[in-house]
Design a binder for this molecule. Structure first.
Ligand code: SF4
Ligand code: SF4
Length: 447
């Protein structure tokens, strides 16, 4: 954080002097003053910020949000560079008792900082653009997945990634699947169930498509088990990594496509389901906070987390009662992602899995995993990311379980990196209990 931009409340103008801040001139209604003025400086957000907890240099969400906006109102102050140290975990958002729209403020501040203060020729800018636009790079990587995995797995590649791009060499790059989810879906002939009354549009996101299609297949099989017709609309990245890196115009383009496609699915009678907690949060919260495309509010209001939707619309626990998962899974060390907490979903997985015979999911506490999407992949954040994750690693090791469980792809990477555990997704456990093991169902589908 630069000395010139220390947090201060001095010189805040009265309401009469207020001039709306035009971060996005085209979005005239985006007036953040009411949120800033709702802050009564209780510092609850700061005490809930995992980055501030381990990094004394980070001024915390109260400064990133309301105080920074007050400074801007005062004299069009530059956005402080510390905004790039916020991991976008959004814990401050749900902690604030006064409903200050902290993450909306952070997202707009980051975008302004990148636009006006970050050199477009800097390594940081190009590294962040690459990380934020995984959807553009992943199709290239997955054209020849075995070759890509081999090259990305070389220690020389990791070394180069750190030296040239500033992507930490401490982490192993995730592997590409040999068949993407969408390739599998097409080869399968699409939906196996037709049902006008029960229809969902699946927002699988980038990672389940290119890296973990087993999660997406599990969703398809579990929902078809309950008699749902599944649509898989065209889609772009949810925008989460773009928001986190201040690439708001990229996020806007992705969101526009997603809202258009998902709104069309709503018209076809579908509800929207996501298997990644960050994707569902982005569509539900960040889209309506930041964009106003036609249908944005309707899409947000009809988007659900995959397990949440089944709990609300089906007797999920009743269906699971008396089932088992055989030898495929044992007990789990469960981490609720911050973005699931933000949606009020942190308790559901443990409650749901409790219905399966012989399965225990041990909640490893409410700490942040520390990776927060692209944040922990940056060389300069790696150490902080691991310090934040230390509590979760310790609780995972204390839990009587050897498999990790979560619904966020990057939390999953961090859990594996910090403990060496194999990590799975809740939908895969539901698939094993309700339909059979993935290997069995694969064999049945192709026989
Ligand atoms: S928790 Fe909310 S009200 Fe309290 S300091 Fe933070 S922004 Fe202000
Ligand atoms: S989003 Fe997370 S890292 Fe960023 S200020 Fe809020 S709590 Fe801290």
């Amino acid at each position: 954080m630069s000395d010139a931009h220390q947090p201060t409340d001095n010189g805040v103008q009265g309401d009469d002097d207020f001039e709306p801040i035009q971060v996005f001139p085209e979005a005239e209604e985006m007036d953040l003053r009411p949120g800033a003025d709702n802050c009564y400086k209780c510092s609850t957000c700061d005490t809930n910020c995992p980055v501030a907890e381990v990094d004394d240099e980070f001024p915390g969400p109260k400064f990133q949000g309301p105080e920074q906006w007050r400074l801007k109102r005062q004299d069009d102050h530059d956005i402080d560079d510390s905004v790039m140290k916020c991991s976008n975990c959004m814990r401050c958002d749900s902690a604030c008792p006064s409903e200050v729209p902290l993450s909306q403020m952070h997202n707009t501040a980051r975008a302004e900082y990148v636009e006006e203060n970050m050199s477009k020729f800097s390594r940081e800018y190009w590294r962040n653009r690459m990380l934020a636009n995984y959807r553009r790079l992943a199709p290239l990587g997955s054209m020849f997945p075995r070759t890509t995995n081999f090259v990305m797995g070389l220690s020389a590649t990791q070394w180069l990634g750190e030296k040239v791009l500033g992507i930490t060499g401490e982490r192993e790059f995730p592997e590409f699947a040999t068949e993407t989810f969408r390739e599998w879906w097409t080869a399968r002939g699409g939906a196996k169930v037709e049902n006008d009354e029960k229809r969902i549009a699946y927002f699988h996101g980038c990672y389940a498509n290119y890296n973990t299609p087993e999660v997406a297949k599990a969703l398809v099989r579990v929902y078809e088990h309950f008699g749902y017709e599944i649509m898989v609309p065209d889609q772009h990245c949810s925008g989460t990594p773009m928001f986190a890196n201040g690439m708001l115009e990229d996020a806007r383009r992705s969101a526009e496509t997603n809202v258009r496609e998902l709104a069309a699915a709503l018209e076809d009678g579908a509800d929207i389901i996501a298997s990644c907690s960050s994707c569902s949060m982005s569509i539900r919260q960040e889209y309506p906070e930041l964009f106003d495309f036609e249908g944005t509010e309707e899409v947000a209001a009809n988007t659900w987390d995959a397990v949440e939707y089944l709990r609300v619309n089906e007797d999920l626990e009743g269906e699971l009662d008396g089932t088992s998962v055989g030898d495929e899974f044992d007990d789990f060390a469960y981490h609720a992602p911050c973005h699931a907490r933000n949606q009020g979903l942190d308790g559901q997985t443990v409650e749901v899995l409790d219905a399966i015979d012989g399965v225990d999911a041990h909640d490893v506490g409410d700490s942040c995993s520390g990776i927060s999407g692209t944040y922990g992949w940056k060389e300069e954040n790696y150490e902080t990311s691991m310090k934040i994750g230390a509590e979760m690693f310790e609780h995972m090791e204390d839990a009587e379980a050897t498999t990790g469980l979560t619904e966020c792809p990057t939390c999953s990477m961090q859990m594996e990196h910090g403990t060496g555990y194999e990590i799975t997704h809740t939908l895969e456990v539901l698939e094993a209990a309700l339909v059979g093991s993935a290997a069995e169902t694969d064999a049945q589908e192709w026989s």
